[in-house]
Write a protein that binds this ligand. Structure first.
Ligand SMILES: Cc1ncc(C[n+]2csc(CCOP(=O)(O)OP(=O)(O)O)c2C)c(N)n1
Ligand SMILES: [Mg+2]
Length: 377
């Protein structure tokens, strides 16, 4: 029987992906910081980090005020998220967990669109069908947030393999936390990516806690990046409060992936300054001393000092950055809160190309019952 073309293609691809190929050396504990953010971009990076902080604080308050239902804060992780996304191309697909507000903003997702999702109004691109804070936007190549930890990792690897097969010059970047490195999807994803040289950047934000479980109880592994050794891929640890180090490591990983060198695991060491989510009270499991020690390493303050030192920023200009950002956020929020709720009739849309008869009847009944002056049965 003649060999099928698809089988032949898969077979030759397997050969080119062979594990016997020389694998790039594992570089655990390297800084990876070859490339620096261009100096002309730095103010933009700073503004994006400030925007992430202001939006984050606002969303926490909105939840406490009952104006949104749920929120997952990312304070302390701004340099990691903005620095990483800054090094990606807009064509690269992003597979986030649930804490990636700074990634979404840097990718260019409009703030109002995000707020529309948190509120679940008629501007919500997901029509209120996702949990608050679980947003995704195909146009921005930002896949919907994954709550079951690790699911995004295998999706990112599959998409990277497909892109490579199609000859698309892109990478996928997936975001996850320290705790997620203990999940089975982490193992499946990294193993597969290593074997098939998938152009994926595994971006682990080690924020020291998996809800109430501290990093030292998570794994015996000395670092999380050290886990890369088992998969034969490079692993690097970077200071996630240093936006340059993060940018450099991601730029290098991207270059390697595009050159056919396969994936990289990056561990960005950061700290979650806020609660795990709006349903969590971290005072029950961690100390003020620990929190304050990390507050002293605030990534935004760190970049601010650099910009002040090289004359790109003054205290007055910094004040203006914060104030104008707060005004922008207030404006977007007012516009979002002024929108009508999602229309309940949209629940009958989008699932079937041709709506089945039974559902059509239910929709008609629903419309009749919701018409002004309709009497309830
Ligand atoms: C498969 C699965 N198991 C358990 C949970 C419950 N859970 C939600 S977040 C979380 C901790 C994840 O920690 P980490 O990976 O460090 O990410 P972080 O929340 O710190 O950003 C857990 C265990 C879940 N969402 N999915
Ligand atoms: Mg964590």
């Amino acid at each position: 029987m003649p060999t099928q073309p698809l089988y032949r293609k898969l077979r030759s691809e397997r050969r080119s992906n062979s594990v016997a190929d020389p694998t790039p050396s594992t570089a655990v504990d390297a800084t990876g910081a070859e490339a620096r953010i261009p100096s002309t971009d730095l103010l933009g990076v700073y503004r994006m980090m400030v925007t992430s902080r202001v939006v984050d604080e606002r969303c926490l308050t909105l939840q406490r005020q009952g104006r949104i239902g749920f929120y997952v804060p990312m304070q302390g992780q701004e340099a990691a998220q903005v620095g990483c996304t800054w090094a990606l191309s807009p064509e690269d697909w992003i597979f986030p967990a649930y804490r990636e507000l700074g990634v979404a903003l840097t990718r260019g997702v409009p703030l109002k669109l995000l707020l529309d999702q948190f509120i679940g109004n008629s501007g919500d691109a997901l029509k209120g069908r996702q949990m608050p804070n679980h947003y995704g936007y195909r146009a921005f190549r930002f896949v919907t947030a994954s709550s079951p930890v690790g699911t995004q990792i295998v999706q990112a690897v599959g998409t990277a393999m497909a892109a490579r097969r199609k000859g698309e010059p892109i990478v996928t970047a997936t975001f996850f936390g320290d705790g997620t490195t203990s999940s089975s999807d982490f193992h499946s994803g990294l193993n597969f990516a290593g074997v098939f040289r998938a152009p994926t950047i595994f971006f682990c934000q080690n924020n020291q806690w998996a809800i109430s479980l501290p990093r030292e109880k998570q794994t015996r592994s000395e670092t999380l990046a050290a886990k890369s050794v088992a998969y034969g891929i490079p692993g690097v640890v970077v200071d996630g409060t240093d936006v340059h180090a993060v940018y450099g490591a991601v730029a290098k990983a991207r270059e390697l992936a595009l050159a056919g060198g396969g994936p990289t695991l990056i561990e960005a060491q950061v700290y979650r300054l806020g609660p795990h989510s709006t349903s969590d009270d971290p005072r029950r499991y961690r100390s003020d001393e620990e929190l304050n020690a990390w507050k002293a390493k605030d990534p935004i303050a760190r970049l601010k000092h650099e910009l002040l030192a090289d004359g790109q920023l003054t205290e007055e200009a910094d004040h203006e950055v914060w104030e104008s950002t707060k005004a922008e956020v207030a404006k977007a929020l007012a516009a979002s809160e002024a929108m009508a709720p999602v229309q309940p009739r949209t629940m009958f849309e989008d699932v079937f190309a041709h709506i089945p008869l039974a559902l059509e009847e239910q929709r008609d009944q629903f419309e009749a019952l919701s018409a002004p002056g309709a009497t309830k049965p």
